[in-house]
Design a protein around this ligand. Structure first.
Ligand code: SAH
Ligand code: SF4
Length: 380
């Protein structure tokens, strides 16, 4: 079924009527349908919408091109559409954010603070290299998981992002760099698998509407029970990255409060199902925290857990945040840990984060001061 006007997303406006007995005014809530923004909608849905508006079907394809290729912010900008109709629908929401702040790190990484239509501010990061332009996208405003080493986790949580708010981040970076985005990592603010439906819809839109290969998209999760399997059932070709960060349950719980309700063995078993269902290997992310999870016994324990697993380990040296006092490991320590894993036959690489200087690196994204005050405390 085609539905651009969602039944479930309703805005309530308050009307008042007069109580016939007391004569006083009573407030009543009337539900009004809210228009779902056009960004993130497929060409089929956009076609259905223009037809619903009494326009010829071919205008759906035109609208699609103007939204995804020309980056319009109002239908009024679509000069190939009749003036009269443009005037009628000029305020129909497209769903684009506004650039609130932009900063460039010396290594070329660009951090964007984007203001959403409801005033919340989220972060996205553009990471260029000669061959690629990678966008690190947010999936939530803040994050409720409360991981102890993560600035986002310390900053509170407001809500999930809508599909169009995720797609918008990619279009914004693409337009700003003036070159095509090649890769996406869901490693910005938030836990993508607490927002699986919108993340999956965004992946499909990024793939079909913007033309980014599914294999170029990585969804990173700390693990939400049942949701890795749900993602696998979508039969996408995306890469799943699981934030492990510890070689045993006790240490993991210390770093990630939610791990208490999701034992390491259950998480790994769900990851094995993912490999079985999708035929794709899993990446395990492991933040290396000096003197905490970087000793030879941890490497050995990790190697034992992952033996025979179709996977790849990504070591991320901890990026210090002001809210926690973990230490960044020395290069030598990271190299030794890498070698210990390699010796045990584990596929491993080290990821040195870009954009550290601008607070644009992994785990550094936090809501701006203006937005933080509206966030609720974290669960952890
Ligand atoms: N919530 C998801 C995705 C966002 S976090 C997840 O946790 O996987 C993206 C990545 O940044 C994760 O691997 C996360 O563990 C890492 N990260 C968070 N804080 C970090 C820090 N201070 N230093 C290095 N990496 C960090
Ligand atoms: Fe959320 Fe990921 Fe940060 Fe944990 S590491 S608080 S899950 S964003």
């Amino acid at each position: 079924m085609v539905s651009i006007i969602a039944d479930s997303t309703t805005d309530s406006t308050t009307d008042s009527i007069t109580d016939s007995i007391t004569g006083s005014a009573i407030a009543i809530q009337t539900a009004q349908p809210v228009a779902v923004p056009l960004l993130g909608q497929s060409v089929e849905l956009l076609t259905a919408w223009v037809v619903q508006q009494g326009q010829p079907a071919y205008r759906g394809k035109q609208l699609h091109q103007w939204i995804y290729q020309k980056g319009i912010r109002s239908i009024d900008e679509v000069t190939v559409f009749p003036k009269k109709w443009r005037a009628e629908v000029r305020d129909f929401p497209i769903g684009r954010s506004h650039l609130h702040y932009r900063s460039t790190a010396p290594d070329g990484t660009v951090k964007y603070l984007l203001k959403l239509t409801d005033g919340h501010i989220i972060e996205a990061v553009g990471i260029p290299s000669s061959k690629r332009l990678t966008v690190c996208v947010s999936s939530q405003i803040g994050c409720p998981m409360g991981c102890d080493f993560c600035a986002t986790g310390k900053g509170g949580f407001a809500r999930n992002l809508e599909t169009y708010e995720i797609v918008d981040q990619v279009l914004t970076v693409q337009e700003d760099f003036g070159r095509r985005v090649s890769n996406i990592v869901f490693m910005g603010m938030g836990e993508p698998l607490l927002n699986t439906d919108n993340v999956v819809a965004a992946v499909r839109s990024l793939n079909q509407d913007i033309g980014i290969g599914q294999r170029m998209i990585t969804v990173s999760t700390v693990g939400i029970p049942g949701h890795i399997r749900r993602l696998a059932e979508q039969q996408l070709q995306v890469t799943l990255a699981v934030s492990l960060h510890a070689s045993n349950q006790t240490l993991r719980t210390q770093l990630i409060p939610s791990a208490e309700k999701y034992p390491l063995q259950d998480l790994l078993s769900e990851c094995r199902d993912y490999v079985k269902l999708t035929g794709r290997r899993v990446t395990f992310e492991y933040i290396v925290l000096a003197d905490l999870n970087d000793r030879p016994e941890h490497a050995l324990e990790l190697a034992n857990e992952l033996r025979g697993f179709q996977s790849h380990v990504n070591l991320i040296p901890y990026n210090p945040i002001t809210e926690a006092d973990y230490k960044r490991p020395t290069r030598k320590r990271v190299e030794d840990f890498t070698q210990q894993l390699k010796d045990k036959g584990i596929a491993v690489s080290v990821r040195y984060s870009r954009g550290l200087e601008e607070d644009a690196a992994c785990g550094q994204l936090r809501a701006s001061k203006a937005a933080t005050s509206t966030l609720a405390p974290t669960l952890g």
